[in-house]
Ligand binder design. Structure first.
Ligand code: G3I
Length: 371
């Protein structure tokens, strides 16, 4: 079913309304507290003082850890499910929907005045085993537009910002448009992206709709290819009047093993072009993998913090960043598991708080960037 053209009456001006609605709903009352943040103010307070949000991804199982839940409520005014709004979890069998994990996270965000983000509606990964074949045989786009209508409709007015399509670009697949050769593209062509955004906009016209991806942060030639392909995609969507309001920059960095560092000069230029398209920016999954680093935690933490600062500097200067979310708040969890305390010394140190929920240099780098 082709999306009605009238769903694309989303003038750029609406982006501002969407942003105002997004920030007002997501951090209601927090701006009343806006103003200079005291030196030890939590990240949510610093973000709110700039009309932004700071947050993290989480799994609902983590909310049962009381001291973690308190730290999350203290530091974050934004929240996104790490995996419980992915179709592999939501629809394990055709038509059987499980929102239990997502509901717990949405409730927690509502109780703590947090902007709730949804991640993600259309992706080539984290799908239930039955989906790919069903999509390749589907007679029309309802295989994903109906799903979007159900999921976005359920959380209308509660999830204020959605990663509608995730990681649709992979320039190494060799297509002239730089798009990833995934099963959605093979069945429906490049138009699946516009169709997904139209469906999300119809399900919740006031939600901020985000295209989320990685690959535009670094200094390698392949990053240049990613930035060109990303800008081509975003510009085309804007020209077609697709209701897409922001670019989600995942911002996964690596400090030591196969390093991925931010290229400030190229980021500034890229973000200026994103701004010229009338789009906002969400830093959606920031973390700095410290695998392969020195055994001295202090040195690892300092290098992780330096990469964080070098990334956030051009981001904050862009003037279009509404949110900074890290892909987790604390080092305490690993691949969905609560790690026993006697193993905490061996955990990655890629997030703002350590396993004991103490603020690390990365936290201070984010705090400084937010001001
Ligand atoms: O499915 C079980 C669930 O039943 C169980 O209750 C839970 C807790 O033990 O674990 C779940 O297992 C896995 C989950 O991670 C726990 O961490 C899922 O099967 C597994 O698919 C899931 O992997 C996630 C991965 O995306 C694939 O969805 C990771 O958590 C998540 O960090 C990772 O995040 C991605 C972003 O979505 C997109 N950008 C890259 C980023 C990092 O890879």
């Amino acid at each position: 079913m082709k999306s009605p053209k009238n769903s694309r009456k989303t003038p750029i001006a609406a982006t501002g309304m969407t942003r105002r609605a997004l920030l007002a709903a997501g951090a209601a009352g927090l701006f009343a507290a806006a103003g200079a943040a005291p030196a030890d103010a939590p990240l949510r307070r610093r973000a709110a003082a700039r009309g932004m949000v700071y947050g993290a991804c989480a799994g609902s199982y983590q909310l049962r850890d009381g001291e973690y839940a308190a730290a999350l409520a203290d530091e974050a005014n934004a929240l996104v499910p790490e995996y419980e709004l992915k179709r592999s979890i939501v629809e394990p069998r055709p038509g059987v929907l499980d929102f239990s994990g997502a509901d717990a996270l949405v409730d927690f965000a509502g109780e703590h005045g947090m902007l709730m983000r949804g991640h993600t509606l259309v992706w080539y990964a984290s799908n239930p085993p039955w989906l790919e074949q069903a999509a390749l045989k589907a007679k029309d786009e309802r295989i994903f537009t109906d799903y979007i209508a159900q999921v976005v409709g359920r959380y209308r007015g509660r999830i204020r910002s959605w990663d509608v399509v995730n990681e649709a670009i992979l320039t190494s697949d060799g297509r002239a448009d730089g798009l990833r050769d995934n099963f959605w593209l093979r069945r429906f062509g490049p138009g699946y992206i516009d169709t997904a955004f139209d469906a999300a906009s119809r399900a919740d016209p006031s939600a901020q709709l985000v295209y989320n991806d990685w690959g535009c942060e670094g200094s390698e030639p392949w990053n240049d290819d990613f930035r060109r392909a990303t800008l081509r995609l975003l510009e085309g969507m804007r020209k077609r009047g697709v209701p897409m309001h922001a670019y989600g920059m995942q911002a996964h960095f690596r400090a030591f093993r196969k390093p991925v560092f931010p290229d400030a000069k190229k980021l500034r230029s890229f973000l200026a072009e994103v701004k010229d398209l009338g789009l906002r920016l969400m830093v959606s999954e920031l973390d700095v993998d410290d695998a392969g680093g020195p055994s001295d935690d202090g040195r690892r933490d300092a290098i992780v913090a330096d990469i964080t600062a070098r990334f956030l500097d051009p981001v904050m200067q862009s003037g279009i960043c509404d949110a900074v979310l890290t892909w987790g708040l604390t080092d305490r969890y690993l691949r969905g598991k609560i790690i026993p305390t006697d193993l905490w010394a061996y955990l990655p140190r890629k997030l703002p708080l350590d396993a004991r929920l103490r603020r690390k240099p990365m936290w201070h780098a984010i705090a400084k960037a937010l001001g």
